[in-house]
Design a protein. Structure first.
Length: 282
């Protein structure tokens, strides 16, 4: 396995400063954002991505994966991103999302997602890279494992994969669907996102409005990371583990500064590795 850190919540800092901090935390690499608002903008990928990899390399980090918003090969700079990644030897890319808006439109949306994926998968196969569908809770086609399993079933594992995310899987299926989803997808998963999401209650309100979901520290959330490691190990997972320290904005338990994000990440990584060691010990 390779442990990397997701770059999203470091983006207030220049990449060189962020890379140095990630290396000091003990990570092997960076999960680099290549999308609007990311470290690398899609329209500048040809020049900016090689430079970003150089900066990360100087800090002692690899860049084994890219987080993109690609959902169609004929939109934006999707093809150029895939081509540049292939040229630079970055073979794992996070796929984007198809958003579910109105009740009654989910089935057609799944078929649209299937058609869009076909074009991206064709380019990925030709270029020798893999696109990975991220399980993300909420109004997205990929909010649950069975849909992801359906979408990737027609493609070779080296072309289209599943991107597991324990936090999102548990909040959408907290009793046991998350474990069932792991079993369905672990053999097709080169990527694993680490975060924990929980329900927080506002005591001044009543009913459903009193609850909101939020990213919480790993040791304080509902994800049983020791059990998850046991299932991942049993399923043969040996891919990229990317720690998502999403402790900023309205979906965090608290809105942290980048310095605080780094401090919390240090705690989270130690906890995650302790859970893994406990799982390995049986």
């Amino acid at each position: 396995m390779q442990f990397v850190m997701f770059a999203k919540h470091l983006q207030e800092w220049p990449l060189a400063k962020a890379a140095a901090a990630v290396a000091e935390l003990g990570f092997e690499g960076l999960d680099l954002t290549v999308r609007e608002g990311g470290y690398v903008l899609p329209g500048e990928v040809g020049q900016a991505l090689p430079e970003a990899l150089r900066i990360c390399g100087e800090a002692g980090l690899t860049v084994p994966m890219l987080t993109t918003n690609i959902t169609r090969i004929d939109r934006g700079n999707a093809l150029q991103i895939l081509e540049t990644a292939a040229e630079l030897g970055v073979t794992e890319l996070k796929y984007g999302y198809h958003s579910y808006r109105r009740f009654g439109e989910f089935r057609p949306l799944v078929e649209q997602a299937r058609a869009d994926l076909a074009g991206v998968a064709e380019a990925a196969a030709r270029l020798g890279v893999r696109v990975n569908l991220h399980i993300h809770s909420g109004p997205y086609v990929t909010a649950n494992a069975p849909i992801v399993a359906q979408l990737i079933a027609d493609y070779p594992p080296e072309v289209v994969g599943a991107y597991l995310d324990l936090g999102h899987m548990v909040i959408e299926g907290g009793v046991d669907c998350w474990r069932q989803g792991l079993e369905m997808l672990v053999e097709r998963s080169p990527l694993l996102a680490i975060k924990s999401l929980g329900w927080l209650r506002d005591g001044t309100k009543h009913g459903p409005a009193s609850y909101r979901w939020a990213v919480v520290p790993l040791a304080e959330g509902p994800v049983d990371f020791t059990a998850a490691w046991r299932y991942l190990i049993a399923g043969g997972f040996d891919g990229i583990v990317t720690l998502h320290s999403e402790y900023q904005g309205g979906h965090s338990f608290r809105d942290l500064s980048v310095e605080e994000v780094i401090a919390q990440t240090r705690v989270d990584l130690a906890y995650l590795l302790a859970c893994r060691d406990e799982a390995l010990a049986g």
